[in-house]
Design a protein around this ligand. Sequence first.
Ligand SMILES: Nc1ncnc2c1ncn2[C@@H]1O[C@H](COP(=O)(O)O)[C@@H](O)[C@H]1OP(=O)(O)O
Ligand SMILES: [Mg+2]
Ligand SMILES: [Mg+2]
Ligand SMILES: [Mg+2]
Length: 353
Amino acid sequence: MSSPYSKELLVAQLAVQRASLLTRRVFLDSAKGTVSKSDASPVTIGDFGAQALIIAALRHNFPSDEIVAEEEGSKLREDAALADRIWELVKSTKLDDEKAETEVLGGAVKNKEHMIDLIDSGNSKGGRAGRIWAIDPIDGTKGFLRGGQYAVCLALMVDGDVKVGVLGCPNLPVDDAAPLSADAGAGSDEGRGVIFSAVLGQGATSRPLTSAGLAGGKSIAMKPVTELSAASFCESVEAGHSNQGDAAKIAEKLGITRPSVRMDSQAKYGSIARGAGDIYLRLPTSKTYQEKIWDHAAGDLIVREAGGQVTDVLGRRLDFGHGRTLAENKGVIAAPKAVHGQVLKVVQEVPGV
Ligand SMILES: Nc1ncnc2c1ncn2[C@@H]1O[C@H](COP(=O)(O)O)[C@@H](O)[C@H]1OP(=O)(O)O
Ligand SMILES: [Mg+2]
Ligand SMILES: [Mg+2]
Ligand SMILES: [Mg+2]
């Protein structure tokens, strides 16, 4: 008998793989078709194209599942030139493995109109009932534009609980043991590109991102941290996304002397899950910003399955059942189980956190 969620895992991995190949093409192109969204954050033809390809694969395999995805298609109905550029990418990005491409992923998207409809169909409100997929087609779009790290993110929640999580990180080193560095090595794909995945209760794996089918996976585990003084934080690059000043105070109190590694996107979760980094700290910057479920669902499961613990700054598990946002959580602390409590205690000693 196959293990629980084996079909969901296979589809999710191949869908993320294909979408990551699309984003990689855009990453290497100087014209990324960037437009500004209503909240002033950027979105590119890579984000739209990756979302279309992932939703196409999900609709082919699981037509009645709900989908919560970051992007929407309205801009593309007003801007034909932008839609055309995305369509060029979507229709020409395929896996080399014919069987994976057609039998598993369902092959090419029919036409441009259908592509926009697919992009628009990630509009579920989310919630605590049933099967809901969460998609961030490019997490860390600012990193993607800067030549940094980014991630293609997909997770399946069932009744509010994350069961399957997959992260495509085209700019991380393939080697799980490579030292953690914010440098993405823009311009060269050599030795780069990894897919992390996890199924609840079945552990976490990493495998190289290739243009064929799925390459062999290896099981991953967090680095055992016994002395916090030898550890370092992995934090956001963007100062507006997490409170880096308070993080520095917390590091000092914990005896951490190494500087934080700054990295965009859920590549942070993947990096600590494979033992390349130690602790992911994301302290809230404002009382009003609510984290989005697609920014954390896959990473949360991958870290927990690699032996970590993930909570918010109040010590609560991330709750993905509240809708499109983590409405009941503030910030994130992801750390090896053995030291998570120590980090949480010091985080709570900092006034205002
Ligand atoms: N004010 C904010 N506080 C925290 N996270 C934010 C904020 N604004 C945007 N983000 C999200 O942080 C994520 C990037 O994380 P990181 O900083 O760790 O690389 C993005 O998904 C981004 O959302 P968006 O996709 O809408 O730009
Ligand atoms: Mg994001
Ligand atoms: Mg995004
Ligand atoms: Mg965005």
